[in-house]
Design a protein. Structure first.
Ligand SMILES: C[S@@+](CC[C@H](N)C(=O)[O-])C[C@H]1O[C@@H](n2cnc3c(N)ncnc32)[C@H](O)[C@@H]1O
Length: 248
């Protein structure tokens, strides 16, 4: 099974319960940050890459001239049609839009499944000169927690192929010819039972994730402020929001 098929299978199983699969998905503060960093105007076109169920896209509906959603999964996007003006089912590595045709791109929690250089090349291509892109992705805090954080992220979603530390996405964006202009941190306190109860894994896979938390390093536990209660585990996860611009 190639990675695209893995992602399609994973999100087919998650599509019904996706909007309840963690705290961050519907977090108004996080969505507000994405919206504020994008600063869309009513005469502009916005492309939401890996739009999923449209939770990010819907923040822009009515505020932009056109909101376009793009995703590989028909299952995930079934409920998103109400939040976009146009839906495109396609991979973000080959966006079927003309070059220099959108004013702004957003992408929350999508790049971890992509061929990163290709996806960012596409962002740089479809943006108009002077256009901007805002990304929001889960990151490890740094070298101290990366090994446990990446192990847990891989166990939680086998379709994930990219793992981010602060600086990684900025470097990839600069390599794609975009200029990073803002970087904002957002912490999200997550119930691990909710986060791993997304409907696309088996009980023994969820138990392997709990075991990974129990055996994680002291540094991981300190940085993530891990709290083990009788029936759950809590993890403070780091999301980095990055704004990048295409030269005017
Ligand atoms: C974690 S969800 C994020 C959904 C939405 N952006 C949000 O923040 O709620 C990841 C989405 O990426 C989509 N996806 C995975 N690989 C993709 C690819 N190569 N191109 C486009 N979409 C992809 C999945 O189908 C899924 O809907």
């Amino acid at each position: 099974m190639d990675n695209k098929e893995k992602a399609l299978e994973h999100f087919r199983e998650r599509s019904q319960s996706y909007n309840r699969s963690s705290r961050w998905v519907a977090d108004e503060e996080l969505l507000g940050l994405i919206s504020a960093l994008t600063a869309i105007s009513s005469d502009e076109t916005l492309l939401d890459l890996a739009t999923g169920t449209g939770l990010v896209a819907r923040c822009f509906r009515g505020k932009a001239k056109e909101v376009i959603g793009l995703d590989i999964s028909r299952d995930m996007t079934r409920s998103a049609s109400a939040h976009v003006d146009r839906m495109i089912i396609a991979p973000m590595e080959a966006v079927p839009l003309a070059s220099a045709s959108v004013d702004a791109c957003v992408c929350r929690q999508g790049l971890q499944f992509s061929n990163l250089p290709k996806a960012l090349e596409e962002v740089a291509r479809v943006l108009k000169p002077g256009g901007r892109a805002v990304f929001c992705h889960l990151n490890a805090y740094g070298p101290e927690d990366r090994s446990d954080a990446f192990k847990i992220q891989a166990l939680r979603n086998p379709a994930r192929i990219n793992f981010f530390m602060p600086g990684d996405l900025e470097a990839a964006l600069e390599a794609a010819g975009l200029t990073v202009t803002r970087n904002v941190r957002h912490l999200s306190r997550e119930s691990v039972n909710t986060w791993i109860g997304h409907g696309a894994n088996r009980p023994e896979e969820r138990e392997a994730i709990r075991d990974a938390y129990r055996s994680s390093s002291l540094e991981f536990k300190r940085l993530h402020r891990v709290e083990m209660t009788e029936d759950d585990i809590f993890d403070t996860m780091l999301f980095l929001l990055i704004r990048a611009e295409k030269k005017g």
